[in-house]
Design a protein around this ligand. Structure first.
Ligand code: AMP
Length: 425
């Protein structure tokens, strides 16, 4: 399959070639033709599958007729609205829009909370055809009458599953009510759940359904491995693994913002350069942390689930779950940051005895066990009682009928995988 027979015009094909894309990814092959034909599309595709280009390229194609060099803002109404759940994803999608629309006279802008609104207002007054936004900030603009959605032709809901999780759907409803009834809606989601299907029913008309990877599947080129370890020794095990495997770029997930900060400063103190990205940090701090990581000025980036959404870092070789997430779906989101676009990647989970329930939930979702590796000196103390689950109040913790021992039986090998463990023994 090449890009040539998808229906894109010569200048967009040149853009794609300039980016070095030789062939479309599966989601691009499946989504571009129906989007060009004006159909609604419901696509299950994780970040890393090329989904951004899958909706941006055909929408740019559809906007070609509207491209004009006029100065008047009235000649540049918002025609494509892309809603994302997080600021980071908004910035990333906006960067992709700018890259793919270079050389056209189409204008784009991105608006998101946590930053000053005035510079955004100035941009919007000039007029933009493509607007990328987080829902809350967009509603602020609508309230201030700095944006008008009455000419929107295409609505993209990116990472719909996360929009649901973060409670943005009421905001999305308010936004959609301000758009013309006739518009195309493209809904992208890392996973298909019943809630997503309901969302599609509400916002879409007879969508073309695209599922490029099997439900909740993981890229083939991704190696998953777990290390049993007590919670209070995880940081030292992480340092050990980073040194042992000469890891250069490692994205580490923690459950809490405080945990992310704590771990980042511990690693830094122990000589492993680290920055952190989480909801308590200002937008500029997050951007700086991300840039430092992307530019390889720091080895490790510690992130929480929400802050990490949509992070696109090319060729990220390692993702580490410092703690397993409470929601098993988040495991899939997290490890989707590695093994992207065909590159190989390793997802490492440091699992303490009190995370047995979370591990079971993840393995149930994956429908397979995660291979277990062992670093002898970091094995959990078998006599210690599992500590109390650290679930926040209100979350339904399944009663833990077994401790760590049971899990070790259920792990597939129960024995170190040579490549990962042999050197550490
Ligand atoms: P996304 O899933 O949209 O976050 O894209 C993941 C990465 O894949 C981005 O860095 C894109 O630049 C890259 N990408 C998108 N389409 C292609 C393609 N057809 N061939 C190679 N890389 C691509």
């Amino acid at each position: 399959m090449t890009f040539d027979n998808l229906g894109l015009s010569a200048d967009l094909l040149a853009t794609v070639a300039r980016e070095g894309y030789t062939e479309p990814t599966p989601v691009q092959s499946a989504a571009i033709p129906p989007i060009l034909a004006g159909r609604d599309v419901l696509a299950a595709a994780q970040t890393g599958t090329g989904k951004t280009a899958a909706f941006v390229l055909p929408t740019l194609e559809r906007l070609r007729g509207h491209a004009n060099a006029g100065f008047s803002p009235a000649r540049h109404p918002v025609r494509v609205l892309i809603l994302t759940p997080t600021r980071e994803l908004a910035v990333q999608v906006s960067d992709a829009v700018k890259t793919y629309s270079r050389g056209t006279s189409l204008r784009s802008a991105v608006v998101y909370g946590g930053t000053r609104i005035d510079p955004e207002i100035k941009l919007l007054w000039r007029g933009v055809e493509i607007l990328v936004a987080t829902p809350g900030r967009l509603l602020d603009h609508i309230g201030q009458k700095t944006v008008n959605l009455s000419q929107v032709e295409v609505l993209v809901l990116d990472e719909g599953d996360r929009m649901l999780d973060m409670g943005f759907i009421p905001d999305v409803r308010k936004i959609v009510a301000l758009m013309p009834t006739q518009h195309q809606t493209l809904l992208f989601s890392a996973t298909f759940s019943d809630d997503i299907r309901r969302l599609a029913k509400e916002f879409q008309r007879d969508p073309e359904i695209i599922e490029v990877a099997a439900r909740n599947s993981i890229a083939d080129n991704l190696t998953q491995v777990l290390y049993p370890v007590d919670q209070d020794r995880k940081a030292d095990l992480l340092i050990h693994l980073i040194k042992r495997d000469a890891m250069e770029q490692v994205l580490v997930f923690t459950r809490s913002k405080a945990g992310a900060s704590r771990l980042a400063s511990y690693l830094d103190r122990r000589g492993v350069s680290t920055s952190a990205i989480h909801g308590d940090r200002s937008q500029s701090e997050r951007t700086r942390a991300l840039e430092a990581f992307r530019g390889r000025f720091v080895k490790v980036l510690v992130a929480t689930d929400v802050a990490s959404r949509g992070l696109d870092i090319a060729d990220l070789p390692y993702v580490v779950n410092f703690e397993l997430p409470y929601e098993p779906q988040d495991y899939i989101h997290r490890i989707g940051r590695t093994g992207r676009a065909g590159a190989s990647g390793t997802a490492i989970s440091l699992v303490s005895p009190d995370e047995v329930e979370e591990l079971r939930a993840v393995q149930r979702l994956l429908r397979k066990s995660i291979p277990c590796a062992v670093v002898e000196e970091f094995l959990p103390n078998p006599d210690a009682e599992p500590t109390q689950s650290r679930r926040p109040a209100g979350r339904s913790a399944a009663p833990s009928s077994s401790g760590w021992g049971h899990q070790r039986e259920s792990a597939p090998s129960g024995r170190p995988r040579r490549s990962l463990a042999a050197t550490s023994r």
